[in-house]
Design a protein around this ligand. Sequence first.
Ligand code: HEC
Length: 182
Amino acid sequence: MKKLNNAHILSILLLIIGLISSCNDSENEKYIKIPSSVPNLKMPENNLSFKEIEDYKNYKIVATHFRTDKNELRYILANKKAFKAFKNKTEFPEGSKIVKIGWSIKEMPEFSPALVQDSIRRIEYMIKRNDFDKKQGNWGYARFVNEKGTYKSWDEGTQSCVSCHDIAKKTGYVFSEWALNQ
Ligand code: HEC
């Protein structure tokens, strides 16, 4: 048999380390992390930043919605804490973050009956933190609007978010349900 040289030993060691670490991966870590960078913006009213959801591309998709009045396609995404609550239909814990992305739509050039996402109109989120008003379910709201490729913080206040989400009080001020729960 050929003698093992240092390179062989090293590669075997690396293989073993690789196998051990892949076994230790939790379910979510098996997926490739998608890097993202968001502009350095803050909401004038409650100081919530866009950076707060910097890793939103790694959140799980909860649902897709379509607003007929706005012709807008929406994705609802949740961080791990919020997703668990969606999945188990339990109360959203502190630190829950739910993101909504709104897209304009266009016909697919190769197959026009298919409507697909065009450009992002806005990214908004709600975050649950004890320092936000308990009467509003401890949720804070933020919206960043995309105007011709540049994001701006929504400057019309978050009272409208709060009032309308009050309709969904029974489900923790959240309208969405996990779409794959069927
Ligand atoms: C007039 C009512 C209304 C207003 C105002 C409103 N929302 Fe919503 N929001 C909804 C509805 C209805 C949905 C679910 C349907 C959809 O996706 O459009 C929703 C969904 C969401 C979601 C996904 C979680 C969920 O509840 O389903 C987020 C995040 C969100 N809104 C953030 C905001 C923010 C931030 C503002 C204010 C800047 C805001 N909303 C203002 C009605 C409203």
